[in-house]
Ligand binder design. Structure first.
Ligand code: 26Q
Length: 819
């Protein structure tokens, strides 16, 4: 199967490397190697090059004594690494040619890599984009997270229902990671703690605590055409004991290994809840495990390089807390400085306050972390003591700054009603706090964090999210990348401002025609995938309308389906009406315990089943639910979308980043004035984005009273909506089963606690339908459509995560780029 191709000397060398890896790593000759072996061999050759670069960059960081960023996050949703690493090494052509010469296509080989799905959604993917931008900008940084043995569950749709399967991403090894057993640290959990003063020294003694070993694995990361190598450090939990031999010897074989399993369960699985927290003990242990291991490592690195001059720590390290999940890093740093390094509270506190920065990602109350104090004391006895002392000092301070205001004190407290409030630890301790879009930050500073904001407004920043252009266009849309670069050069991949140069081409018919052809080709690709995976025939000339994101009521996938049902009803009644063919595409995972979200998935699938098989409407509407939505599927759908659905209830989506990906790849957005959509509107102007619905203040005003009357009015005045609501309970989309979707009907019209339609689905429905119609009408005029599409791409520069990272660095981190 080998093809003779003319290779350059560099390519010849790479080719021998790959053949050599196959032989040394797997003991196979090329002819006998499986494609997966070829993938691994290729990944290992790329890793070798990265490691060689690493040795150099590591030395420089060390010599210069550079300040480093530690980005702590429970999620890094990296996806596949092979093609982005090769792209960043500027060797895509080489690998493509060499693989060709060996009889493979680079795309087919790349597809064999499992996604690293160590995240739920936006927050985890943001961390992954950030580490790419940090590295591309030559800023020294480490990403720190848990090496979950199972990432986010694999979703399988069975009879329209979501079922969950384990994500066994590590099953056939991970070519990118390097284990570092020599850097293992101990983490202590549970037990009892005794404190003591002896000869003027403070002692802490632990009794019956469980010791768990934290062993790091490092994944080296390269930036795009840049010098340095950063790393993602993944901590894995190990038991210090293989098995309990005394149990074993007395015949208790299960008990003998139980302890080992209890320790190792800590890094077993990623919690699949997104924007929701349940206060599970294992999650608390995971949190402490990650932060304790990371802080010990940071201090050890500092000590090796700078000795015991702890006051200098803030000059050398900045620790970023990605949402409240790693908050315990704060008391953990206090603990080590006090108990192990012998500092006084005041000295330790001064250092701590200068080291940590915190980003908030949500204002949804169910996502704000609080832990029962008794659980906290049981699992983390020493940390609980420190947190109580922090709270005592905070209360003293609040009595001074906000005297005689117990309600306010309670709201701002670290501990209240026997619960520990993680966000308040961050607000009290961090030197910088930020929201992730203009609107989101405004809500933080004027509403949920207003009391803290008033005390210290200078600590608060607004930094709008971004996405890395390397993955979200250069890598996933090579044809469009090429087209753009053919006109404005390829600097824009790194210098996002240059993308603006594309703007004049919106008026260039020939360019727009090329742009259209690429979109069409991407649609054909997606159609093939859908044919293969869903066995649904879709028309690449129809409008591809995509909503791909986690399933959540506030994201309003339900409003989208109700609209599809309404369009279908219209077509059934009038099959010959003027109607531009449309394909609705969904991708969404629901948290396994979120029953209503899962029911919405079932509804989408039932609606799809019925519509796709109704010959009366002559294929004018198709509905597709893509199974197992994740980074790799996202790469495929973003490039094929005509319409991007960003329709959250205003005020609820902190930023959104999917919205940016679609925009960059030339989709037009239908959206509410929420999160970063607001800034997208500012960038493209109102002619090039389709905004509808209530604004955040209007939603807020309605939240304050019971909107039953309004819901009644809408129900009686809008017959289209009334019909689809009735169809939820008349069995139309459930084979006559009138009960299956009753919960959705109920929550919209009557609410769970007496307030109907809290997410304003009914309230925004009419405006949404009208806006959808405007879009369909516009699509008839391809020239106008593609003009707007090009404007969207040209105006997306602001949403590069390189811009975001520059802002973080200028305002908060102050790292110096390695020369
Ligand atoms: C917390 C405690 C226990 C278990 C799970 C969690 C948990 C896990 C994940 C809570 C929240 C999340 C994820 C939140 C998230 O993804 N937020 C999104 O962050 C994006 C990046 O800033 C924003 O663009 C989105 O608007 C926001 O929803």
């Amino acid at each position: 199967m080998e093809k003779k191709l003319k290779l350059t000397p560099k390519e010849e060398a790479l080719r021998s490397e790959i053949i050599g890896k196959v032989s040394r790593h797997f003991g196979k000759v090329m002819e006998d190697a499986t494609p997966k072996m070829v993938y691994t061999a290729c990944a290992l050759t790329a890793r070798d090059q990265i490691m060689a670069k690493w040795a150099v960059s590591h030395k420089e960081v060390k010599e210069e004594g550079s300040k480093k960023l530690y980005y702590l996050s429970f999620e890094f949703l990296m996806g596949r690494l092979f093609t982005t690493n090769v792209l960043n090494l500027m060797q895509t052509e080489e690998y493509k040619n060499v693989l060709n010469s060996l009889g493979y296509r680079i795309e087919d080989i790349a597809e064999l890599e499992n996604d690293a799905g160590l995240g739920n959604g936006g927050l985890g993917r943001l961390a992954a984009c950030f580490i790419d931008s940090l590295t591309t900008l030559d800023l020294p940084a480490y990403g720190c997270t848990i090496r979950y043995e199972y990432g986010l569950f694999r979703q399988k749709i069975v009879d329209g229902y979501q079922t969950e399967l384990p994500d066994t991403w590590l099953e056939d090894g991970n070519a990118w990671e390097v284990p570092r057993p020599e850097e293992t640290v101990e983490v202590k959990i549970g037990g009892k703690v005794y404190t003591d003063w002896h000869d003027g020294r403070f002692y802490v003694r632990y009794e019956n605590a469980h010791t768990i070993l934290a062993m790091p694995y490092d994944v080296p990361l390269v930036g795009y055409n840049s010098k340095i190598v950063n790393k993602l450090r993944l901590w894995s939990a190990k038991s210090p004991n293989h098995m309990n031999m005394s149990e074993f010897n007395s015949g208790n074989y299960v008990r003998a290994v139980e302890e080992k399993q209890l320790a190792e369960v800590i890094s077993k699985v990623l919690y699949p809840e997104d924007n929701h927290t349940e206060g599970k003990e294992l999650r608390l242990k995971q949190q402490y495990f990650l932060v304790s291991a990371t802080i010990q490592w940071i201090l050890r690195e500092f000590e090796t390089r700078y000795g015991y001059d702890w006051k200098k720590l803030p000059e050398k390290a900045c620790i970023h807390i990605n949402d409240t999940h790693p908050t315990l890093a704060i008391p953990e740093l206090m603990r080590i400085l006090l108990d192990d390094k012998g500092l006084s509270w005041d000295d330790a506190w001064e250092i701590t306050q200068k080291v940590f920065a915190y980003t908030n990602h949500t204002i949804m109350s169910e996502a704000l972390e609080k832990w029962p104090l008794d659980m906290f004391e049981k699992v983390l006895p020493r940390i609980a003591m420190l947190v109580k002392e922090m709270n005592r000092r905070l209360m003293e301070y609040l009595e001074v700054v906000y005297p005689n205001d117990p309600a306010k004190h309670k709201y701002m407290a670290i501990i209240a009603d026997n619960k520990v409030y993680m966000a308040n630890i961050c607000l009290y301790s961090c030197f910088a706090i930020n929201g992730v879009s203009g609107l989101h930050t405004k809500i933080l500073t004027t509403d949920i964090f207003a009391d803290y904001y008033r005390l210290n407004p200078k600590k608060f920043y607004s930094i709008t999210n971004g996405i890395t252009f390397r993955r979200w266009i250069a890598n996933c849309n090579p044809k469009l990348t090429q087209l753009i670069s053919s006109k404005i050069g390829d600097k824009w991949i790194k210098n996002y401002d240059e993308l603006k140069k594309l703007l004049p081409y919106a008026k260039d018919k020939e360019f727009c025609e090329e742009f259209y052809k690429i979109k069409h080709a991407n649609k054909v690709c997606l159609a093939e995938y859908i044919k293969e995976h869903n066995n649904i025939e879709i028309n690449p000339d129809s409008i591809f309308d995509v909503q791909a994101k986690r399933l959540h009521e506030y994201k309003r996938q339900l409003m989208n389906v109700l609209h599809i049902m309404a369009e279908y009803n219209r077509l059934v009644e009038n099959p010959n009406m003027d109607f531009y063919p449309k394909t609705y595409i969904f991708g969404a995972k629901a948290a396994p315990g979120y029953a209503r979200a899962k029911l919405i998935i079932k509804l989408i699938n039932n609606v799809a089943e019925k519509i796709n098989n109704d010959t009366r409407i002559k294929d004018k509407i198709k509905v597709v639910f893509l199974e197992n939505y994740g980074v790799s599927i996202a790469e495929m759908v973003t490039v094929a979308a005509d319409i991007s659905e960003q329709i959250s209830t205003a005020g609820k989506e902190a930023s959104g980043t999917g919205n940016m990906k679609f925009m960059l790849n030339g989709a037009l957005t239908i959206g509410t004035l929420d999160g970063a959509n607001v800034e997208m509107l500012e960038q493209v102007g109102e002619d090039n984005i389709f905004i509808f619905g209530l604004k955040a203040e209007e939603v807020n005003a309605r939240f304050k009273y019971n909107n039953s009357e309004e819901v009644k009015d809408i129900y009686s005045s809008n017959s289209v909506l009334r019909q689809v609501l009735e169809q939820l309970i008349n069995g139309e989309f459930s084979d006559g089963n009138t009960q299956m979707f009753r919960d959705l009907y109920q929550t919209l019209l009557f609410g769970d606690y007496g307030t109907p339609d809290v997410y304003m689905v009914l309230r925004d429905f009419e405006d949404y339908c009208k806006t959808q119609e405007r879009l369909s009408k516009l699509y008839e005029n391809k020239e106008e459509w593609y003009k707007k599409a090009v404007i969207n791409t040209a105006c997306a520069g602001y949403f590069s995560s390189d811009r975001t990272i520059k802002e973080y660095n200028d305002k908060i981190w102050h790292l110096k780029a390695i020369k």
